[in-house]
Design a protein around this ligand. Structure first.
Ligand SMILES: [Zn+2]
Length: 347
């Protein structure tokens, strides 16, 4: 019962529909206090997206500060108490459900085929090319298929990929047995706060790196200040990598089966490992991430050039709030497109 007659009126007339979703993680890796006490992670109630959530979600600074998702979750899914611990895979399932209950079960989008065209050399328009001295880089879409595909994603169907991770899957995908010693690393999906930290750290690194661009190479290796700054960037980068690995490890079993979860023990252990063992762990983490990414993958065949296209369905503001009902992917068609901010990388 709300004491506000307007809100109460909305409730009584079913203006706030909800759906229930099962969290893919089943809250398996969540410490106590992430979900409200009486919450069943297999029947989590998700409500409609309000205008406030939309405003927060569209604000790039709130997004980067890591504030927008917790605010959004608070409004659509009040049983999540500590949003920063939520794994991204759960977040995706919740957002899909919220999108479905707010604006219907289909997402319409337009995808431009990014397949490079094998051009019959120079035949296209050799005259104009020769004149202007800015070849290639100028128009990134040049030499790309660009055929427009209208796609309709059925969220009811799409969300089935976000199945609850079973014990068998944990055994298969979330454990890595070391090769030299009978220790086992138990992996876990990255919590949301780590994904945000990663983005921030990458931006800081890029900013610091740019500040070094003014130096010539010979200066760079003889200037104490420059060396100092460069070393800091490198250290920061290894620290990020280490934090990412640590965040993806639930714990390590010793040879006699004792599970060690204390971060500081795992950290020291990780640093003491021979390179091949450490690499084995990062490979396993990367494989886990790729598997998660495959959930949101959309595939289709281009009818113009026959290319098999795939891309990740990312719930940007337009797709999430769906007023336009349609959105085109940003033009990142050049092969070396840098999507540094969005991309997750473990090493
Ligand atoms: Zn094509």
């Amino acid at each position: 019962m709300s004491s506000n007659p307007l809100i109460q009126d909305l409730i009584e007339n079913d203006a706030f529909p909800t759906v229930t979703v099962a969290l893919p993680t089943g809250a398996r890796w969540y410490p106590k206090g992430v979900l409200a006490d009486d919450t069943n992670p297999l029947e989590l109630e998700v409500g409609v997206l309000g205008i406030l959530a939309e405003q927060n979600y569209r604000d790039p600074w709130l997004m980067l500060s890591g504030e927008s998702i917790p605010r959004l979750l608070k409004s659509v899914c009040p049983s999540i108490v500590d949003a920063s611990e939520i794994a991204e895979i759960d977040l995706e399932a919740i957002l899909l459900a919220a999108r479905m209950v707010s604006s219907g079960p289909t997402i319409k989008l337009t995808h431009l085929c990014p397949e490079p065209i094998k051009k019959p050399e120079e035949e296209a328009k050799p005259k104009t090319k020769a004149k202007d001295e800015k070849p290639e880089e100028e128009d990134k879409t040049h030499g790309v298929c660009m055929h427009e595909h209208k796609l309709e994603i059925d969220i009811n169907e799409h969300i089935l990929r976000y199945d609850v991770i079973s014990d068998a899957v944990v055994e298969e995908r979330f454990t890595y047995a070391l090769t030299r010693v009978a220790q086992v690393a138990h992996l876990r999906p990255l919590p949301y706060h780590r994904s945000i930290a990663q983005i921030k750290e990458a931006m800081e690194r890029e900013r610091d790196m740019t500040s070094l661009n003014d130096f010539q190479l010979d200066e760079l290796i003889s200037n104490a200040d420059a060396i100092n700054r460069y070393t800091k960037i490198i250290d920061m980068s290894s620290e990020t990598a280490l934090e990412n690995i640590l965040a993806a490890i639930e714990g390590i079993s010793t040879t006699n089966g004792k599970l060690v979860v204390e971060k500081e023990f795992v950290r020291a252990w990780l640093l003491a490992l021979p390179a091949d063992e450490a690499e084995g762990i990062t490979d396993a983490i990367n494989a886990m991430t790729l598997w998660f990414n495959s959930f949101s993958e959309i595939k289709y065949t281009c009818e113009a050039c026959g290319a098999e296209n795939k891309f990740r369905l990312e719930l940007d503001a337009n797709r999430l709030f769906g007023q336009a009902g349609d959105s085109v992917q940003p033009k990142k068609l050049s092969p070396k497109s840098k999507s540094g901010v969005k991309r997750r990388r473990i090493r």
